[in-house]
Design a protein around this ligand. Sequence first.
Ligand SMILES: Nc1ncnc2c1ncn2[C@@H]1O[C@H](COP(=O)(O)OP(=O)(O)OP(=O)(O)O)[C@@H](O)[C@H]1O
Length: 252
Amino acid sequence: MPEAILTARGLAKEFRGFRAVDGVDLDIEEGSVHALVGPNGAGKTTLFNLLTGFLPATAGKITLAGAEISGRRPEDVARAGLARSFQITSLFPQLSLRRHLELALAGPTGLGWRFWRSDRALRDFTPRADELLDQVGLLGHAGEHAGTLAYGRKRALELALALALDPKVLLLDEPTAGMGAEDVDRTVALVQKVRAGRTVVMVEHNMNVVSTLADRVTVLQAGQVLVEGGYAEIRRDPRVISAYLGDADAHR
Ligand SMILES: Nc1ncnc2c1ncn2[C@@H]1O[C@H](COP(=O)(O)OP(=O)(O)OP(=O)(O)O)[C@@H](O)[C@H]1O
């Protein structure tokens, strides 16, 4: 069995007695695209927050490349090689795309925004900033303000900011949420491109996207792992069909 780069054992999160994540074991294979799916309220977002250190776990253990990362702060987790797209939740409308990337590259962890850095200091990061913008198809917009970008392009910028951390494992939180068909196709192509040399874990509702991108799928229900397998396997599983019955998201 290929090596797991990210693992969870007995991971749990309780909110005032309610177990949103309830004893999850995960093995994310190095180099794979692994999708987390499940009906609304299954615990996907909470699980993501636990993996990235945004929420402390009530119980359980997380390892990244063999080292325990449970209990570490999000910056430390990112520095260890696990980054989440949309980690920097807000873009700065008045800053250019290139400047966003330069600042992300200049931050000690890539997460800190240090506005006092001089233009000259930031210029060292311009070539890498432009490479990253090129990778996500935004180089032609490098000088534009983030505030003027269309929605799909904002998401691509957020992805570039996560890539600036050069993570071993990239977590994508609903990368196609709220997108029209054209942006969805563009995002799928983008993920196919950026997965090279890394591992991708994504929460995704769109089953077409999951079937195209994911090597492995973990289906969550009520905070627990219901089924894990390849897409073809899980989509035919009666437990999965029954979990999704009546859940409109399954048809999106
Ligand atoms: N901070 C919180 N306090 C209390 N309950 C919470 C909190 N965060 C999440 N929950 C509950 O935990 C459960 C799992 O929520 P979560 O957002 O992780 O599910 P999800 O699978 O991501 O759902 P969706 O697909 O709708 O985004 C839900 O019942 C939710 O109401």
